[in-house]
Design a protein around this ligand. Structure first.
Ligand code: VGL
Ligand code: ZN
Length: 210
């Protein structure tokens, strides 16, 4: 697939140790995305990353809700919120970009989820579906039109990011083998939502080939 160097962007979502096997919120095979994204970085002229970046007492942590367990759902001010194990706490090693990721190429690392009371799956809009992260303004001013989404985790941050991007008018391609999901069910539900929004699915070979 031919790329358009100045208007195509590789967007690497939440490639952080806490989402890798052995991490605080492990995604099965999460580490498998790192070499794929590194190869893709060789093909794109421009790349941006998002970084999940929570204060220690974040409202999405089950530890902040006495009697609740991770993966339960609670109602916060903005509606339903899934609870997670404590993860990607600001300044901890698990919150860094993965050390094997070739992060030199990222022109912007956009942190999200830093408001204690609001989670942010999407790189564009927090979970209240109102608070912008600023990413759209940045990408628009830079002139990017087509976003290739990779990273973690399907069903959540990659999918909400891709979905919002499509709604904001970007052409969106999800690089399937450069992503992994938390559960097969969440990935399947995400795939359904993305197809409805016109997001294209592609394997990395199609980009690396020629
Ligand atoms: C994520 C749950 C909580 C993700 C982040 O990156 O998909 N999921 N925080
Ligand atoms: Zn998070």
């Amino acid at each position: 697939m031919p790329l358009r160097p100045e208007t195509d962007l590789l967007l690497a979502v939440d490639v952080q140790p806490d989402f890798m096997p052995g991490g605080a919120l492990p995604v099965p095979e999460g580490d498998a995305v790192v070499p794929v994204i590194n190869r893709l970085l060789g093909r794109f002229a421009h790349a941006v990353a998002t970084q999940d970046w929570h204060p220690a007492a974040h409202a999405s942590f089950a530890s902040q809700h006495p009697g609740q367990r991770p993966f339960a759902s609670v109602t916060l001010a903005y509606g339903a919120q899934t609870l997670w194990p404590d993860h990607c706490v600001q300044g901890t090693p698990g919150a860094e970009l993965h050390p094997a990721l070739d992060a030199r190429r990222f022109e912007l690392v956009l942190r999200k989820g830093f408001r204690a009371a609001i989670d942010s799956y999407s790189g564009f809009r927090e979970n209240d579906r109102q608070t912008p992260t600023g990413l759209h303004a940045y990408l628009r001013e830079r002139g990017f039109r087509r976003l290739f989404v990779a990273g973690l985790a399907r069903g959540y941050c990659t999918d909400y990011t891709a979905e919002d991007a499509a709604e904001l008018g970007y052409e969106v391609v999800l690089v399937e083998d450069a992503c992994r999901g938390i559960t097969p069910e969440a990935t399947a539900a995400g795939t359904q939502r993305l197809r409805e929004r016109g997001v294209r699915f592609l394997r990395s070979e199609a980009l690396l080939a020629g």
